[in-house]
Design a protein around this ligand. Structure first.
Ligand code: HEM
Length: 484
């Protein structure tokens, strides 16, 4: 069946849906999802489609993936920050990068990073004291930055973690701003923000150069991720600048995504006491008070499902984009060549058709019998198809180690006025308020089951309600008028 037309999301006659998209990404994609499974959208002159059915998503990411590429606007926005990189490259260049990087992220290698991850989280926890208040967002970004840099170089990051985190966050913010304007202006134009990108990129390169020097001198041990990615011989042949590009790409991919998924995992745990109790009991039963060993991961099945559920409700990469290389038929609609296609793990993961009671935080959705009901491409927080996340094992292992290490020591309790949900900032999701939490001592030692906590400041997670948007729980302000 062809020749069918998709509904169009109502927008301004000149700039189409651009203003709505830029004002609030999440509200925009929820409006589009409420409009249909395949919806025409327009950002100024750029025509595109919002795709929101697992079968259609499968076509975009997997079955017909050769007919799609990463949009040029993404490449332009990031080119002087990431250099030539796996994220924005296409065709043969992408294949080369993927083949080079893939072995280092194989499960059997990723497991070698357990010890480094363990050291990073314990270093962070050294200063945590029962009764004190911490900024969880800062703590998780700091520990995720330590983990990614220290596994890469097998060297201690020291004091630079906060600075590097802040710079990466700012660089992505600036890149996103460029995308909002289609990256129409060339990156070499000395605008204020282009100058800032240049200055910050230079600083990142300076910080990483020191590690490269040590790495070349052979101080990094065999286990370093960079050794695995490049192989000591190839690495030695590469220029410092090439090595720095590789490092920046891996940090860019793996730091904010993991850090914020951890933040949201804690947010969900604090809002769901029964889930929290179960996770604490599992960690206690599996580890007691001792350090996690690789073999323990299998005993932390519930903890893994908690992280998986946090990824569903709070997919840090809330939107994936592609552009058609040729005309492609999806659901009877022919998408012309050069159409932009937007897919959202956020709306797919909150769709009541695939997830009954979607706003309920329920790690048991992934128990074998229940998981059968979930279509494969309804769960894409780590992407899908050939370009699926390379760091998924890495992120899962890191999350288990960090969650367990904290759960062995403290309960986290939000201060009044803390975040209750998510908002989108640039390419990733962020909590919609501060994440300052009080560290409460465990009622018993880590060797025994913790008692159920008494007071909980926040229980903002709501169950689905037919009068509100199924995706966000918000009253739908603009469900998107449909014109055919
Ligand atoms: C919870 C944490 C993470 C999330 C939510 C996440 C999410 C994603 C998603 C959605 C994609 C696909 C993008 C697309 O198709 O357009 C992706 C790709 C990628 N991720 Fe992750 N990621 C995470 C952690 C990591 C880590 C820790 C690393 C590395 C250490 C990493 C490395 C990569 C790379 C290299 C790609 C590009 C793959 C390709 O284009 O072939 N990610 N990630």
């Amino acid at each position: 069946m062809t020749g069918v037309s998709a509904p169009t999301l109502k927008g301004h006659w000149l700039w189409g849906n651009l203003k709505d998209f830029n004002t609030d990404n999440l509200s925009f994609i929820e409006s589009a999802a409420n409009c249909g499974d395949l919806v025409r959208i327009r950002f100024g002159p750029m025509r595109g489609y919002f795709v929101n059915h697992p079968d259609h998503v499968c076509k975009v990411l997997a079955a017909r993936s050769k007919s799609f590429r990463k949009p040029a606007v993404v490449k332009r926005a990031l080119s002087d920050i990431l250099g030539e990189n796996i994220f924005t490259s296409n065709g043969a260049a992408w294949k080369r990068s993927r083949q080079a990087l893939q072995p280092a992220f194989h499960l059997r290698h990723v497991e070698r990073y357990t010890q480094i991850m363990q050291i990073c989280v314990e270093r962070e926890l050294q200063d945590w004291r029962a009764g004190s208040v911490i900024d969880l967002e800062a703590a998780m970004t700091r520990v995720a930055m330590h983990v990614i840099v220290e596994t890469m170089f097998d060297a201690e990051l020291g004091e630079s973690a906060d600075e590097l985190s802040a710079i990466f966050t700012r660089l992505f913010h600036l890149a996103h701003r460029r995308m909002k304007r289609y990256a129409l202006l060339p990156n070499w134009l000395p605008t204020e923000s282009n100058r800032e990108v240049k200055r910050l990129s230079a600083r990142v390169r300076d910080l990483l150069r020191g590690f490269i020097t040590d790495w070349r001198a052979g101080r990094a041990k065999e286990a370093s991720l960079l050794n695995l990615v490049l192989g000591p011989k190839d690495g030695a042949r590469m220029s410092d600048e090439q090595l720095i590009n590789e490092a920046i790409t891996i940090i860019g991919a793996g730091f904010e995504t993991t850090a914020y998924t951890l933040v949201f995992t804690w947010l969900a745990l604090m809002q769901n006491p029964a889930v929290e109790d179960k996770l604490y009991a599992e960690v206690d039963a599996a580890l007691g008070g001792r350090r996690l060993r690789l073999a323990d991961i299998h005993a932390l099945d519930y903890t893994g499902r908690v992280f998986k559920e946090a990824l569903r409700l709070y997919p840090s990469a809330w939107g994936l984009s592609r552009s058609t290389l040729e005309s492609v038929e999806i659901g009877g609609v022919v998408l012309p060549r050069n159409s932009t296609v937007l897919v959202s793990p956020w709306t797919l993961g909150r769709d009541p058709r695939w997830y009954p009671n979607p706003l309920r935080f329920d790690p048991d959705r992934y128990l074998r019998d229940n998981a059968r009901e979930i279509p494969h491409y309804a769960y894409i927080p780590l992407g899908g198809g050939a370009r699926t996340c390379l760091g998924s094992h890495f992120a899962m292992l890191e999350a288990a180690i960090i969650l367990a290490a904290i759960a062995q020591r403290f309960r986290l309790r939000p201060l009044p006025g803390s975040a209750t949900g998510a908002k989108s900032v640039a390419f990733t999701l962020r909590p919609d308020g501060p994440m300052r939490v009080e560290l409460q001592p465990l009622a018993h030692s880590a060797m025994t089951s913790p008692a159920a906590p008494t007071a909980r400041a926040h229980r903002a997670m709501r169950t689905s309600d037919s009068t509100v948007c199924p995706y966000s729980g918000r009253i739908v302000a603009n469900a998107g008028a449909i014109a055919r």
